[in-house]
Unconditional design. Structure first.
Length: 148
């Protein structure tokens, strides 16, 4: 039986998987498209910590890291009783294509339809910014900046 509250997103990115992987695992590169602070240790058991909006920290730990192909990490929000740190799972697959990379994201373990909708909005927003940066474009100011 499929899990009820799961976000599925796909993005076609005009960059090779290695470049996309670096944009998702190198703290300095993450900040080009998401967040104001990042501490990422891309190895199993390593920390995932990103101040996504300048007002809200996402925290978890890496469960699987297959360089340039796959990331899986637990995910949640510091100070949240609804989606606490490490309470959900983000899985990202990077599939090489002739014209770049197909990114497939699954975010599972969310507790409600409301949380699913909010996280879908967030992933759609930030994957759009990632796509722009990977293509060499400036994503502009983050309209989610300051959001709690």
């Amino acid at each position: 039986m499929p899990e009820a509250f799961v976000v599925h997103r796909e993005a076609h990115i005009a960059a090779p998987p290695a470049a996309v992987f670096a944009l998702m695992t190198d703290p300095e590169k993450i900040l080009r498209w998401m967040g104001t602070e990042a501490q990422v240790e891309a190895q199993p058991g390593g920390l995932y910590l990103v101040n996504v909006t300048g007002a809200r920290y996402a925290r978890g730990s890496f469960r699987e890291v297959v360089p340039v192909h796959r990331l899986a990490y637990s995910f949640g929000w510091d100070g949240s009783d609804v989606v606490p740190p490490g309470s959900s799972l983000v899985e990202i697959d990077l599939i090489e294509q002739r014209d770049g990379t197909l990114l497939k994201l699954t975010h599972s373990g969310l507790p409600s339809a409301e949380q699913c909708a909010g996280h879908e909005e967030g992933w759609t927003h930030y994957l759009g910014r990632l796509t722009a940066v990977a293509a060499g474009r400036d994503p502009g100011p983050d309209v989610f900046s300051g959001r709690k």
